[in-house]
Design a protein. Structure first.
Length: 215
């Protein structure tokens, strides 16, 4: 009987917002827009790169104008090497313990697949995740449940044996939409009130709490 834990990426496994901030502000400066503070960008993360770029710009653009800015941001972020990104303290021990307990591990993020692969290979590949899914054409982004349901089918896991762990509203909602148990984490980029408003009922204050919440 397979058991699966699906993790969000940014704000859950890794703290990537310093690198995202640098690349977003590089894009904003390049195209003549007002730069953003770290606290602002934190609230924009979690809904995919297109929405991040659109919300950071904060003004109406044509489709082609937005695409040009998105392409620029994706290119510089993917090729930046993410030098300021780090795994959250305690995550490595938790991942190793879950692997030792026999859990399958997966990542499901709204970050573009190419960038997701680069970040995963740099910071997380040693933990041997069984599947890593970023934003790709065949799936809508979270909170749409199709990619999560695909993971369950691919890894032969029943819904009652799967958990979704994330720090954002879309993470809470994708678990609800797919009928999977979810745990909202409080070391990421959203407050407990924001997550409760999205429907969260189970919370982890720090990574080690996951070991007592998922079994």
């Amino acid at each position: 009987m397979n058991k699966l834990i699906v993790f969000d990426l940014d704000g859950t496994l890794i703290d990537s917002v310093p690198d995202i901030k640098d690349c977003i502000n590089d894009m904003l400066k390049k195209f003549g827009h007002k730069e953003r503070q770290l606290s602002e960008i934190k609230q924009m993360i979690g809904h995919g790169a297109r929405n991040l770029v659109k919300n950071a710009i904060g003004e109406d653009l044509t489709k082609d104008q937005l695409q040009a800015r998105l392409d620029y941001y994706n290119d510089i972020y993917t090729n930046s090497g993410s030098p300021k990104t780090k795994i959250f303290d305690g995550i490595a021990n938790v991942l190793n313990e879950f692997k030792a307990r026999g859990f399958l591990l997966a990542v499901l993020t709204n970050k573009p697949q190419e960038t997701t692969d680069d970040v995963y290979n740099t910071y997380l590949s040693e933990f041997g995740f069984d599947c890593v899914i970023g934003q790709r054409p065949e799936f809508k982004i979270k909170p749409d449940p199709d990619a999560l349901l695909y993971l369950l089918e691919k890894l032969n896991v029943k819904k009652e044996n799967a958990f979704f762990v994330g720090d954002g509203e879309t993470d809470v909602q994708v678990g609800i939409n797919a009928g999977v148990k979810s745990v909202a984490v409080l070391w990421g980029y959203r407050t407990k009130n924001q997550l409760e408003s999205a429907g969260a009922t189970i919370f982890a204050n720090e990574p080690k709490d996951l070991l007592n919440l998922i079994f």
